[in-house]
Design a binder for this molecule. Structure first.
Ligand code: FAD
Ligand code: EPU
Length: 352
């Protein structure tokens, strides 16, 4: 059992891509399921809070974490060939971009649109990551979840994961009683490219290959998005709002706002456009500001504190509501001193 006196504060600055300078009582890298079970057991017996992180690319620590941060490095990829498809089992600590490159090099296609998204494959399931027309749900077969209460692993078929835009059953869990330990992925042997809106600006349809899509997406992302190794950020801070058709139509009549009708009749509109067209003039709170090429992304220019980032986010949130009557919903997870907390505790998310 860990005694309180063996704890000392360790920096999390390099383990969260926002590069916020906070500490944890202890940071432990785990490479096996067995050590994950052992550490969680010790934490429970000693009444010490713990959280699990992948690459820390979708979190904002609000203050120093008063427990153990477990960094998931449980790795491994198994591939089974079927007549018409490839079945992959990927342990949750594998990096997504490495998996995309690995499969491409083997001539297994279908993940290329997810190139350069930071983070681990286990976390990809949590918010059903997506980019350039492809979401995790489109390739996922199931998610293996280990209960840290009874050490039993349950295979959750994708039908029961409730995947939707940046959401799933996992996103709404606020304790760490369940750990994602692996995911099942199915990729067809007949490659069916996922075409995204600006692809034709880069390549003629007849020349499309999976490698070319991969390269084009890497080029677009490198130009547009801040590199977290150089500028702290966690990708889109807010989601693109999904609103009722009537409200969207009013906005479309007033402004030339990018909009994407959804299958359920609602309309997704560009949150980046809303922020850009509010025209915050060089707004900066301490070292926290808005990224110039992608306004959904908040950046830490150097030494921003989480208080400054939250203050900036609250100003954006309030201004967008005032001007467009839309409540932006955060995409990232907020980690308080004892664990993940609801974004509704920080931002007002419903009008009524
Ligand atoms: P973390 O930030 O480490 O964790 C996220 C949450 O999951 C936390 O609550 C954590 O406690 C929990 N968690 C992590 N691992 C486990 C586990 N094994 N079991 C249980 N809970 C766990 N996202 C997109 O969808 N599309 C994009 O295009 C995109 N682009 C990005 C670009 C940049 C520059 C950055 C910085 C981020 C971007 N993101 C994007 C967001 C981010 O990359 C994804 O959300 C990614 O899946 C996070 O992975 P991670 O391993 O870093 O998760
Ligand atoms: N736009 C603006 N200003 C901006 C940003 C966007 O006007 O600052 C408008 C433009 O018209 C642009 C359109 O919105 O053409 C779409 O922009 P972009 O392709 O950059 O996509 P996004 O909707 O802003 C989403 C995801 C990204 C993902 C990209 C590419 C969310 C919250 N974000 O951004 O994911 O990489 O699409 O598919 O859905 C993330 O989740 O962290 C993330 C970076």
């Amino acid at each position: 059992m860990y005694k309180k006196k063996v704890f000392f504060n360790q920096s999390l600055k390099d383990l969260n891509t926002f590069a916020v300078d906070v500490t944890a009582k202890k940071i432990i890298f785990v490479k096996t399921i067995k050590s994950l079970i052992n550490i969680s057991k010790i934490c429970k017996v000693s009444n010490i809070p713990y959280i699990i992180l992948g690459e820390g690319s979708n979190v904002l620590f609000l203050e120093n974490y008063r427990g153990i941060v477990i960094i998931n490095r449980i790795k491994g990829i198994k591939i089974v060939e079927k007549k018409n498809s490839w079945l992959l089992y990927v342990f949750s600590g594998e990096k997504l971009h490495d998996l995309v490159k690995f499969t491409l090099n083997l001539g297994i296609f279908g993940l290329e649109n997810l190139a350069l998204i930071p983070g681990c494959i286990g976390s990809a399931a949590i918010q059903n990551i997506g980019a350039y027309g492809l979401e995790f749900k489109d390739i996922c077969e199931y998610v293996d979840v280990l209960s840290l209460k009874n050490n039993i692993t349950t295979r959750i078929n994708k039908k029961f994961c409730k995947f939707s835009y940046r959401n799933s059953i996992f996103k709404n869990q606020y304790n760490y009683e369940n750990a994602i330990i692996g995911v099942g992925i199915k990729l067809s042997k007949t490659w069916n490219p996922t075409i995204f809106s600006s692809l034709e600006n880069y390549i003629k349809p007849k020349d499309i290959t999976a490698h070319k899509i991969f390269n084009i997406i890497c080029t677009i992302r490198t130009k547009k998005l801040p590199n977290p190794k150089k500028i702290g950020n966690a990708g889109s801070f807010f989601k693109n709002p999904i609103i009722k058709k009537e409200q969207a139509q009013k906005l479309i009549n007033l402004y030339n706002i990018p909009n994407y009708p959804q299958k359920n009749g609602l309309v997704k509109i560009s949150g980046g456009w809303l922020i850009e067209h509010y025209q915050f003039k060089n707004i900066q709170i301490g070292d926290a500001t808005i990224h110039k090429r992608q306004r959904l992304i908040l950046i830490n220019k150097k030494n921003a504190t989480s208080k400054e980032i939250i203050k900036l986010a609250k100003i954006i949130h309030a201004c967008i509501f005032k001007k467009f009557n839309i409540l932006l919903e955060p995409e990232i997870d907020f980690i308080g001193p004892k664990g993940k907390i609801k974004s509704s505790d920080i931002f007002k998310l419903k009008i009524f």
